[in-house]
Design a protein around this ligand. Structure first.
Ligand SMILES: [Zn+2]
Length: 493
């Protein structure tokens, strides 16, 4: 019997706010332990939480970007448990009335558009971080009380690769929308994976096994690559899987059982009495809607449609938003958007990369850290978007050859001079003046009677040799297309 995997993901993402969820403490990474704390986020008796407006707005905005509905009532609940990372002995979350429900994410997977449904995206607070040392353990509450968005997917994922691409798509959407920086190294994205297997073609769900607290997307993929065959092996050998929680050991490359359903927590949820229900108004929702942005996949599809770009170019502009915006500024002024894309990707991006590499080396030698370095970016370009349009136009009109255009680009990148000025100063214009070209052709035919005779006798390849000679005589400035026409006409006469 063949088996298939059924995978659902619960993704926790830290929201990009200035302050924490219920207090004014800073939402900042990297401060010394327990320096961004106050009586509220330490859960002292008698304190009262005040909801962070921006966190509520970002949650609704995330919901809209994930095609969710925004119910007119949201409530917070207490999830009760005892653990050193929650000083209050409960975490505030949303159970029965989440801020957003029933959406979906579309993303590219194996050459088509894959849709994964979103059950809900709700708001909760992050907890502190436990650290274990040789002789003692410590808790850092700087992270405690940070606003956390939990995005719960339906079990629509069927493979480790699909889960990986879904997570990347989610990350792209949330960073595009300004919801979160999604910096994995700073622990801003964490993931719980629910997975079961069932005979292929059936619709029931097998025992749900959860792998907790994954903090890299590649880790999720690896854990699934291990866990799916493990579960299939158990059931094919006649064993029984039971609902349980496991952890992924990245070093050993295996999942291990942590607890089974029998000792699962009973969190005794109840409505948080210190917070009023939240009822979004039309005005509030309209304000949130005004912050909607174009999603990555939509942007890529629009670039392909509006500028006739190949998928590869559009992908570059999807991944590098700043470069894509720059391309659009230029392309809107040009009648040759594909040519502009080539200049931006193959020349501009490469030159900027080289320049920055050099600047990093120079400034590192002066003892500067990367964060403090001044590096050339798109805003520092010496030439205008119009100059790039002009350059693409010069090539398109065959005023200059493509190799001459490379020289022009290099010069305008360094000096900011206009392409036409550079062409004139360096004498790079192609000679299309037929009078001058006729003369070159006559000279070349007279000097090469052999190849000229070969062409007349039907050896078509001889024309290329003669064309090359004319290019040489013109010092590379002759328009090769025109030269070909003139030579053919003269030789056939
Ligand atoms: Zn605080």
């Amino acid at each position: 019997m063949e088996y298939e995997a059924v995978i659902g993901l619960e993704t926790h993402v830290q929201l990009k706010t200035k302050s924490k969820m219920w207090c004014g403490c800073a939402n900042a990474f990297g401060a010394p332990p327990n320096t961004n704390v106050c009586p509220v986020c330490l859960g002292m008796p008698g304190v009262l939480p005040v909801a962070n407006d921006e966190a509520l707005r970002l949650t609704a905005l995330a919901g809209l970007l994930l095609n969710c509905s925004i119910p007119r009532l949201a409530m917070f609940d207490r999830k009760n448990y005892f653990y050193p990372d929650v000083a209050k002995n409960y975490q505030v979350t949303q159970l029965a009335h989440p801020s957003t429900i029933a959406g979906y994410v579309d993303f590219e997977f194996e050459g088509r558009i894959q849709r994964v449904r979103i059950t809900r995206a709700h708001l909760e607070e992050d907890v502190g971080k436990n650290s274990h040392f040789d002789r003692h353990s410590g808790v850092d509450f700087n992270r405690g009380g940070l606003p956390l968005l939990e995005i719960v997917s339906e079990p629509d994922l069927t493979s480790p690769d699909m889960a990986y691409e879904y997570l990347n798509a989610l990350k792209d959407i949330l960073t595009y929308g300004g919801i979160s920086d999604c910096d994995m190294e700073k622990g801003m994205v964490r993931c719980d994976v629910n997975i079961s297997v069932r005979p292929k073609g059936t619709t029931g769900l097998g025992a749900k096994i959860e792998i907790k607290n994954m903090n890299t997307f590649s880790g999720v993929r690896k854990a699934l690559e291990h866990e799916i065959p493990r579960q299939i092996e158990v059931v094919t050998k006649g064993g029984r899987l039971i609902q349980s929680t496991r952890r992924w050991d990245d070093v050993a490359g295996i999942t291990e059982e942590m607890r089974t359903k029998e000792d699962a927590h009973d969190y005794r949820y109840f409505p948080e009495p210190d917070l009023l229900p939240f009822r979004p108004t039309d005005a509030w929702l309209n304000e949130v809607r005004s912050r909607l942005v174009e999603l990555p996949l939509a942007r890529k599809q629009r670039f392909i449609r509006d500028y006739q770009l190949p998928a590869g170019d559009a992908e570059v502009f999807k991944n590098d938003v700043e470069l894509g915006n720059y391309f659009e500024t230029v392309a809107k002024q040009s009648t040759h958007p594909k040519a502009v894309a080539n200049w931006v990707i193959n020349n501009l991006r490469a030159r900027l990369g080289e320049t920055r590499e050099r600047e990093v080396a120079e400034q590192a030698a002066l003892g500067l850290e990367l964060a403090d370095m001044k590096l050339t970016g798109l805003a520092d370009l010496r030439f205008t978007p119009a100059a790039l349009v002009e350059l693409a136009g010069l090539v398109e009109a065959k005023t200059i050859s493509s190799s001459a255009a490379q020289q022009v680009f290099a010069e305008m990148f360094e000096t900011g001079k206009a392409p036409a000025t550079i062409v004139q100063e360096k004498g790079l214009a192609q000679v299309s003046d037929t009078g001058a070209l006729e003369k070159f052709c006559d000279e070349v035919i007279a000097a090469n009677p052999g190849p000229a005779g070969d062409f007349k006798a039907g050896k078509v390849a001889a024309l290329n040799f003669l064309k090359g000679q004319v290019m040489k005589v013109s010092k590379g400035k002759a328009n090769p297309g025109v030269v070909g026409e003139i030579l053919e006409r003269k030789l056939k006469a």
